[in-house]
Design a protein around this ligand. Sequence first.
Ligand SMILES: [Zn+2]
Length: 132
Amino acid sequence: MTNKELIKKAAAVAKAKKTKSGLFADVGCALLSEKGKIYLGSCAASGSNTFCAEQIAIGQMITNGEYKIKKIVAVWKDEKGATFVIPPCGNCRQFMREIDESNLETEVVLDRDKTVQLKELLPYYDWWQRQE
Ligand SMILES: [Zn+2]
């Protein structure tokens, strides 16, 4: 699965819809699990709750009994439909780490030809300095 193919899948589920109390699906996420399955998610931000697209995709993966992410990407579309790859927010970075420590090796797609490991987006993730 190339970055370009995964970006295309994430973009396909970014279909913004505004409602009286929220904005939904302006961000889409596609992830490739360790077992080779694709999970998709769209963000949901209502007046009472906010879920990132990554959280929705990861929730589907967990529901299917999987916890290891091989590769993940999120994209945002502007009002004119231009697509931008965006990095996961801090909460999602930590969430990916916490569902399985091996996800520190997850490839996070930042562009068609740029990928970083999750641990690079979590500097000091293992910083525990005992104090007297
Ligand atoms: Zn997030």
